[in-house]
Design a protein around this ligand. Structure first.
Ligand code: PBG
Ligand code: ZN
Length: 321
């Protein structure tokens, strides 16, 4: 039934009608807010991510309280240790584990506590794995990641989120968790984590830039969508609970394909550079930051992500109430 009988503008006539005709709705319950916690020292801002803070250990629960008060159901913890070494040994016991325990103590089951599982903030190389003879040793790294995940489970985490892009990291973590009796701890893997120029502000916040080379021997090239799907399918085969695509905005095709092809929940990580781009443009007066934020997050939802990890979470939650 073509025009003039069909008039699509009929469903756009009033605000109430547009509400009723809305197809995809972003909810605050879809959001997970990243939280940075630093060992020693106080709370500080992040230059390249205005509006984002690195919390001291004593104030991490204040940040989580703010997030909880906004109705956001989950946090993703990133630790910034005071010391680094070749093995990244502070990753398996330190600032993040203490933060997990204190958040669990204060919030009980009222907040989903997720924690990043990686080595890059903790290794002196700044790489996501253990370096042997100038290369990242995959299997030694997955063993280390499994031990870190178990230490998070010990501290009371709900979900571990490996981001190292080592082959077999999900299987190694699942086996370790099960063997140690943590059968109910879930894994949300950074399954298709692309080598991206949009992580720069995060590396600034977490001081985890690689000291040599880059992450191209482990992160997925943005030119290879089939390879990204293989990564996602591999994680499903290894027993992942939630797959994640990262970054989000430049990868909506991958999110959509994952939603279509896989039977597990799909998350998207809208990364630091995505936040910084919108924030910088808004602060310069080039666009309306609130409008851009809602449009971007809804587009990620529309592409098929049921969970969105985003630095825009608090701002969006404020707009959604
Ligand atoms: C490291 C890690 C990175 C991010 C999350 N975990 C950065 C990287 O791979 O260099 C990026 C997050 C962001 O940019 O918001 N494992
Ligand atoms: Zn890493």
């Amino acid at each position: 039934m073509p025009y003039p009988a069909r008039r699509l503008r009929r469903l756009r006539t009033t605000g109430a009608m547009r509400e009723l005709a809305t197809e995809v709705r972003l909810s605050v319950k879809d959001l997970v807010c990243p939280v940075f916690v630093r060992e020693g020292g106080g709370t500080s801002g992040v230059g390249s991510m205005p509006g984002t803070r690195v919390m001291s250990e004593d104030s991490v629960c204040d940040e989580v309280q703010e997030i909880a008060d906004l109705g956001i159901p989950g946090v993703m913890l990133f630790g910034i240790p005071s010391a680094k070494d070749a093995a990244g040994s502070s990753a398996a016991g330190g600032v993040v584990q203490r933060a997990i325990s204190s958040i669990r103590e204060v919030f009980g089951d009222g907040m989903v506590v997720m924690a990043d599982v990686c080595l890059c903030q903790y290794t002196d190389s700044g790489h996501c794995g253990i370096v042997r003879d100038g290369r990242i040793d995959n299997d030694e790294s997955t063993r280390a990641l499994a031990a870190i995940a178990a230490s998070h489970a010990e501290a009371g985490v709900d979900t571990v989120s490996p981001s190292a892009m080592m082959d077999g990291q999900v299987a190694a973590i699942r086996a370790e968790l099960d063997e140690r009796g943590f059968r109910d701890v879930s894994i949300m893997s950074h399954s298709a984590k692309h080598r991206s120029g949009m992580y720069a502000p995060f590396r600034d916040a977490a001081s985890c830039a690689p000291s040599f080379g880059d992450r191209s021997t482990y992160q997925v090239p943005y030119s290879n969508p089939r390879e990204a799907m293989q990564e996602l399918e591999e994680d499903v085969a290894e027993g992942v609970d939630i797959v994640m695509v990262k970054p989000a905005l430049a990868y909506l095709d991958i999110i959509h394909e994952a939603r279509r092809r896989l039977g597990v929940p799909v998350a998207a990580y809208s990364v630091s550079g995505e936040y910084a781009m919108v924030r910088a443009a808004a602060d310069a007066g080039y666009l309306d930051g609130d409008a851009a934020t809602m449009e971007i997050l809804t587009s990620i939802r529309r592409a098929g992500a049921g969970i969105i990890v985003t630095y825009m979470a608090k701002q969006a939650a404020g707009l959604l109430r």
